[in-house]
Design a protein around this ligand. Sequence first.
Ligand code: ARG
Length: 608
Amino acid sequence: MKPIIEILEEKISAVMSEVAGQEKCSAVIKQASDPKFGDYQANGIMALAKQLKTNPRKLADQVVEKLDISDICESPEIAGPGFINLRLKPEFISNGLLEINKDSVNLAVEKTTEPKNAVVDFSGPNIAKQMHVGHLRSTIIGDCICRMLKFLGHNVIPQNHVGDWGTQFGMLIAYLKDQQHNVDPDFVVTFDNDSGEITEDIEKANSIFVEISDLEKFYRDAKQKFDIDPEFKKWARTSVFLLQRRNKEEVLMWEAIVRASREHYLPIYERLKVNLKAKDERGESAYNDDLPHVVADLKKANLAKESDGAMCVFLDGFKNKEGEPLPFIIQKSDGAFLYATTDLAALRYRVGKLKADEIIYVTDARQKLHFEMLFAVARKAGWANDNVKLNHVMFGSVLGENGQPLKTRSGENVKLKELLDEAIERATKVVEQKNPELSLEEKKKIAQAVGIGAVKYADYSNNRTSDYVFSFDKMLAMEGNTAPYMQYAYARIKSIERKAESKGVDIATELGSISTLNLSEPTELELAKHLMRYGEAIQYAVSDFKPNYLTAYLYELAQKFSTFYTSCPVLIAEPDQRPTRLLLCDLTARTIKHGLTELLGIDVVEQM
Ligand code: ARG
């Protein structure tokens, strides 16, 4: 089923084109702001009239006269200076619901006719550092984007651009050596970036990893030694040099550190229900060999030139505060490559090897300029032509209740793992209050779904470009646009259905054989229309990469359900009304479940 807004846009635009005698007119269909005016509104007449130098109401008349949408809408009404108001016909809505009812997998949401290769670059934690709350947004927003694109039929290629290279590894390796972690040269851990295969000698590997299981501490201790011990500093420098020369011992130690980090973040992805696996990892180190070529190619193209000893690309339109040209630095005077160089190599790989039609980078807003420059250089160099879409999907910060970036009391970054533990702990109390009779097993399961769901949903439901205040109390509230509210709405419908079954109603059979609906109550119609807009909501959310459009849709759905359920009894409904009402219940539950589990990666529970 095509989104209604799209059908109307197509049909009315076509008639406008015909009347105006020109191609590419746009009807500009919007959802009506007030049900008084119907369900949708065509706003494009005024602009066209202005362009044709004609009276907009007259133009609207002409369009309406030629328009045949009687299978969808009641006769259109012209209002104000030339708006066309459209009201859906109950038969059209009934048929739509029946179609959704038949498609238990996709809820009749139409797949794309032009599948794209979409590379989604998200999460990107930095090796040897614990993931903290700052990584939360990239990880879960990126995952939601992948899920939505995939659901619409695109070919999604996730890329975890982990920070696994840099001079800090000299320090870490030196510290590993310092702590007498000698590596058996026969012991091999290799990670093949292309196949995602890991070859390892687990036993020997573990002997190193156990001791650096507290990565954060390990990093801190290494840094401390680095800062005060000049001898150690020298050692660190030698280690980087040896690592860059691919000296076996250093490479093995580097791999050990990378692996320890991976063992730390993969379980977090799993807990968050984020579909990011080891095979999706293609870290900065994967591009090492290509970096000299990136620089050489940009030099050859006359794009890179030396400035103060560093290799830079200068592009029109990028100036600093003083109005001087801003460099995109790709190689420092000491020969070292930078974040920018790696990103250029990665972009070229994604377009060239992964055949990306679109690349979506999900990072915080502070990297805005970096990506603007990256895209501009890549375009100029011809590494991404106009057919390749490049998007920086940025987001704001997570703030504490004091309005400052979220930190622990002692001023450290909040570790993601601890944050999730606390969410589950607090959710347990909510479940306990709500439903003390449940078995311990049940309570645990629900607390898990509610706790993790609350953290994710709170993030998703905020417009990603704004900062938001992290508040356990708000995200775990049973009222408002929260995960527990949505999960409860779902569980409530399930309990209605259980009750019906216990009274002898065979829901599957009743809904399986339903062929006509009786949508006579206004609240039934309102809910039904909203159910038909699911595909539209997903399209909106994808087109702007904004999960909050989806959460807003789901929240509205739950509210419309509530209004319907308050005014329309289901179990004691008349025989000619009950099947329709049961269907409304069931489709609402299925839509909530699909949205939460399939697109947002949040579990639902059957009772709460
Ligand atoms: N590791 C980076 C960070 O922590 C994120 C990587 C984003 N992706 C990219 N291609 N630059 O900020």
